[in-house]
Design a protein around this ligand. Structure first.
Ligand SMILES: Nc1nc2c(ncn2[C@@H]2O[C@H](COP(=O)(O)OP(=O)(O)OP(=O)(O)O)[C@@H](O)[C@H]2O)c(=O)[nH]1
Ligand SMILES: *[C@@H]1O[C@H](CO)[C@@H](O)[C@H](O)[C@H]1NC(C)=O
Ligand SMILES: *[C@@H]1O[C@H](CO)[C@@H](O)[C@H](O)[C@H]1NC(C)=O
Ligand SMILES: *[C@@H]1O[C@H](CO)[C@@H](O)[C@H](O)[C@H]1NC(C)=O
Ligand SMILES: [Mg+2]
Length: 230
């Protein structure tokens, strides 16, 4: 069963763009796969379930989600491939997994941020353990859209009590808003701490050199730490 599951994610993260509608088929298939495997082994598969965490990465188009995820899944300290500045929007979603060998395996789901894809965000809320919301802090022309998107996320019961990590990304750009400003603009302080644990980090996924920027390593650390406590 482990082998099978592993294969699922290898296939998905190997660069195939999956359209949103395949997600439904994928879930049904996975559910079948699980229930077929469950016969006689209920306890084992339940245990396995808890060893996988789901991190949902959302944010408007071009905020830096794909750039972030591609760096996060690399080993810390490992050199990054030269920064690719060609922007290729995520059409649909992309799942990659991350494991440091000790914490649970984290499946990172990036959903595209274009308006046409944002309409489907809610289809991915179920079973989320951690929400990462990436904001392009260098561009305040679309922050009002961010405000309304976050409002609707907070109103969804499936995300109730899910910790939220907000990334004020593109700090390398002069004039980018800092964590405090982003927190104010998005009114994050009004979120009751009993409903969500909220953390705002300043990040830059563009590093200039070909090494992963320390702020990206920090995000990775936070995700590993959070997921081992959920
Ligand atoms: N200056 C700067 N540019 C960045 C940074 N991170 C990403 N970018 C650029 O922003 C653009 C969009 O990056 P992506 O990671 O593809 O954006 P995305 O959020 O995945 O976008 P969608 O998949 O369309 O939702 C690319 O051209 C990146 O080079 C950053 O920290 N600083
Ligand atoms: C999906 O994400 C992985 C890891 O970031 C990346 O290597 C791969 O190119 C992505 N696939 C697509 C289609 O974006
Ligand atoms: C800011 O966002 C607007 C609207 O999406 C876009 O037209 C503009 O190019 C962005 N500016 C920068 C510096 O990315
Ligand atoms: C940002 O706003 C501009 C108009 O100001 C719009 O063209 C663009 O599509 C918006 N970007 C997003 C991600 O919605
Ligand atoms: Mg993307």
């Amino acid at each position: 069963m482990m082998g099978f599951k592993l294969k699922v994610f290898v296939v998905i993260s190997s660069g195939v763009v999956l359209s949103v509608c395949t997600y439904a088929a994928y879930r049904i298939w996975k559910k079948r796969l699980n229930s077929a495997d469950d016969e006689g082994f209920e306890d084992v598969s339940k245990l396995e379930e808890t060893l996988e965490k789901k991190v949902l990465v959302l944010g408007l188009e071009g905020s830096g989600k794909s750039t972030l995820v591609s760096q996060i899944v690399k080993e810390v300290g490992q050199k990054c491939v030269a920064f690719n500045s060609i922007y290729k929007p995520t059409e649909g979603f992309n799942v990659t997994s991350l494991s440091d060998g000790t914490s649970p395996t984290i499946n990172i789901w990036e959903i595209g941020g274009k308006e046409s894809v944002r309409r489907y965000w809610a289809k991915f809320f179920q079973d989320t353990d951690i929400l990462v919301f990436v904001v392009d802090a260098s561009n305040n022309s679309n922050l009002s859209i961010v405000v309304s998107e976050i409002k609707s996320l907070l109103g969804d019961a499936r995300l109730a009590s899910v910790p939220i990590l907000v990334l004020a990304n593109k700090q390398d750009v002069v004039g980018a808003l800092g964590a405090e400003q982003i927190s104010n603009v998005l009114d994050l302080k009004s979120i009751p701490s009993r409903s969500h644990q909220v953390k705002v980090l300043e990040t830059q996924t563009k590093s200039g050199s070909n090494e992963i920027h320390p702020t990206v390593c920090e995000v990775r650390k936070v995700l590993l730490k959070l997921s081992s406590h959920i």
